[in-house]
Design a protein. Structure first.
Length: 271
């Protein structure tokens, strides 16, 4: 038996079956505990930010705006704010984790264990989804419940929260691999993620935009995530949620394949 195991090791045969479940669980747990241990920054802070957005926008524009899409402005605003916090935190989770590991030089602790490229991608994605889902639940409790906002389609809402967390978690993996310092990560956040979030229909319906701007907005994947979230919560949306779901699932598959290839080859990870 020992001789057979030695031969398998020499031939590069995995000793954990097709999936190293123990390793995958350990990586996911490590990444989840990493953000849970700093919960005031990773979980409480986005909830406080979301509450401030809702309060300020409601005080400034709530009375003048009246209803939007047949619902009160405050109700229309809340799902978009929630999704914006979800995507920002899912992105930051995987991006900051990878970049910090590279800067500190302990990325080798992740690459050396017997984990395949697919398992590495999955581990980081699971943690990003977990953080995004936790942020969503906390915002529902902190905002939706106090203002009396009920959820029209819970399954649709859940699907878009998980999909958004997965997509931005994978994007975070890409940027975490590419970035060499936190200035580069912050630049991507400030000039790409945040503008795409703000210009995706978070605070308004795209039907209020000129036709040319509507076409541009429809190329923004975050628009479909926010619109899908709004459909799940309110039952109203600017676009068909099925289209948004399919569009972002395809995007997730493409980015996951890129992440898998970079982990497999060690691109910008192995010195």
């Amino acid at each position: 038996m020992e001789l057979q195991q030695k031969k398998q090791i020499e031939q590069g045969v995995r000793q954990f079956g097709r999936v190293n479940w123990i390793g995958l669980y350990t990586l996911s747990e490590r990444e989840i505990m990493r953000f849970v241990s700093i919960w005031m920054q990773s979980l409480l802070a986005p909830v406080v930010t979301a509450v401030l957005f809702v309060v300020i926008f409601n005080l400034a524009f709530g009375q003048q705006r009246g209803e939007m899409a047949g619902v009160p402005f405050l109700f229309y605003l809340a799902p978009g704010i929630c999704m914006m916090m979800v995507i920002q935190n899912a992105f930051n989770n995987s991006a900051s984790s990878l970049l910090l590991a590279k800067i500190q030089g302990n990325i080798v602790d992740t690459l050396m264990p017997p984990l395949s490229a697919a398992e590495l991608v999955t581990g980081y994605a699971v943690a990003a989804v977990a953080r995004g889902a936790m942020v969503a639940v906390l915002i529902v409790l902190a905002i939706f419940v106090p203002i009396g906002l009920t959820i029209a389609h819970p399954l649709w809402m859940t699907a878009f929260v998980l999909l958004a967390s997965l997509l931005l978690g994978l994007v975070g993996v890409v940027i975490g691999i590419l970035a060499e310092k936190f200035d580069q990560l912050n630049a991507f956040t400030n000039f790409i993620v945040t503008p795409l979030s703000f210009l995706s229909g978070t605070f308004y319906s795209i039907e209020a935009l000129p036709p040319a701007m509507q076409k541009i907005t429809q190329l923004n994947p975050i628009h479909y995530l926010i619109d899908g979230m709004r459909y799940g919560v309110l039952g109203v949306s600017d676009t068909d949620p099925v289209v948004g779901l399919a569009f972002n699932l395809a995007l997730c598959a493409a980015i996951a394949a890129l992440c898998w290839n970079w982990f497999r080859t060690g691109y910008r990870l192995k010195a």
